[in-house]
Design a protein around this ligand. Structure first.
Ligand SMILES: NC(=O)c1ccc[n+]([C@@H]2O[C@H](COP(=O)([O-])OP(=O)(O)OC[C@H]3O[C@@H](n4cnc5c(N)ncnc54)[C@H](O)[C@@H]3O)[C@@H](O)[C@H]2O)c1
Ligand SMILES: [Zn+2]
Length: 359
């Protein structure tokens, strides 16, 4: 069950009108990026309840989740006379909801936010759970705040313009949710048409993923325990994402997460007896859906080093969330790079991934 402020809407105008009751005219702000300003804003710009809204556009791309964009938003709010009783409506993917959410969290010590996620990744991950922030000093999400949105509204027509790569990127987080929850949901994901993110079946899966993410984050809003479950696939995934940039074959986050899931399910198989037939089935699906990253065992030292730099790990060990089976979570599994057997196991998981990828 979803709480009342996570809304799947078929009539966005009336949903927004209800939500915006109580925010005075001219105290409504809209933040888009340069893509969603053309693909998604036209779907809402005629709404009566947004007639007096002031709109700001940030250039698209994660490079713009920056202190410069943050300053631009603060200046915009300040010039337009925003107050703590204003509301910011983020129309975009995770870049917009993270940046806009952080700007709103900090302006006048916090104004309200409504997220209208326009990417699958934004819908099932970034827009829900209250994490906001910007990249800083070359580091991802280095500065941020927890700031829960007043509401998140999911509206399928936004997803219709999304390209296939971004759709697949968000879908990897849905696979993660399936693995964290139950076999029935996971199996339903294998049957979806991944070229139709705005179709009813896809939206139903988005809803299930939002439920799973919400169930986890609402129990642990400040990431002290259970929320670490959402890190499944990400210790390996972040390292592979970083390698993809290092070798100048950059991939979207979700591709690296999908490959990271394969590696971490392999670790789970070896350490906790995660069933081998599930491992094979998921690996085959990931290979067909996400293809491969060209890397060799010469890249292993880079990958292991990158894992130690991940802020969820420390010098003493690499922290994993592993599964003994689908939905059977074991938080805080630690592997130590200075222990020969642990290092060999991590390398074996990378061998397995390369084997699956056929490289
Ligand atoms: N706060 C959190 O809990 C959390 C969780 C996961 C990810 N994130 C953050 O989210 C960001 C990634 O999110 P993302 O993948 O949505 O990236 P994004 O917002 O950069 O969107 C990806 C691309 O799709 C374009 N786009 C957005 N909506 C579109 C649409 N409907 N049609 C066509 N194009 C569209 C964007 O302009 C952009 O070029 C990262 O900054 C990441 O750190 C945050
Ligand atoms: Zn992720």
């Amino acid at each position: 069950m979803l709480p009342a402020n996570l809304l799947f809407s078929e009539n966005l105008e009336s949903t927004l009108e209800q939500l915006l009751k109580g925010y005075a005219p001219q105290q409504r702000f809209i933040c888009c990026d340069s893509t969603t300003a053309t693909t998604c804003l036209p779907l809402i710009s005629g709404f009566d309840c947004l007639r007096d809204a002031r709109q700001v556009t940030i250039p698209a791309g994660d490079d713009h989740k920056s202190v410069e964009s943050l300053s631009l938003l603060w200046r915009f709010f300040s010039q337009e006379g925003a107050t703590r009783r204003s509301v910011l409506i983020n129309v975009g993917g995770g870049m917009v909801s993270d940046l806009g959410g952080f700007a709103a969290a900090t302006f006048k010590r916090g104004m309200d936010v409504i997220n209208l996620p326009t990417t699958i990744l934004g819908a099932v991950d970034a827009a829900v759970g209250g994490k906001t922030g910007i990249n800083f000093n070359g580091l991802k999400n280095e500065v941020g705040a927890f700031h829960q949105p007043k509401a998140v509204v999911f509206y399928a027509p936004f997803f219709a313009s999304l390209d296939q790569a971004n759709c697949l990127s968000g879908f990897a987080e849905m696979l993660k949710h399936g693995l964290l929850s139950d076999a029935a949901y996971l199996n339903s994901l294998f049957k979806l048409d991944l070229s139709q993110p705005s179709a009813p079946a896809f939206l139903e899966a988005v809803r299930r993923s939002v439920e799973i993410k919400h169930a986890i984050t609402s129990q642990d809003p400040h990431e002290k325990g259970l929320r670490k479950a959402l890190n499944l696939g990400h210790t390996m995934g972040h390292a592979l994402e970083s390698l993809s940039h290092h070798i100048q074959k950059p991939v979207l986050h979700g591709y690296a997460v999908a490959w990271g899931l394969v590696c971490e399910l392999f670790l789970a198989h070896r350490l906790l007896g995660f069933p081998s037939e599930e491992l094979s089935r998921i690996s085959a699906f990931v290979k067909i859906t996400y293809g491969s990253l060209p890397f060799t065992c010469a890249d292993y030292p880079y990958l292991l080093e990158a894992m130690t730099h991940d802020k969820k790990n420390d010098n003493k060990g690499l922290n994993f969330t592993l599964l003994a089976g689908i939905g059977d979570l074991r938080l805080d599994q630690t592997l130590y790079l200075d222990q020969t057997s642990d290092k060999a196991l991590l390398e074996a998981s990378l061998d397995y991934l390369r084997d699956i990828m056929g490289i």
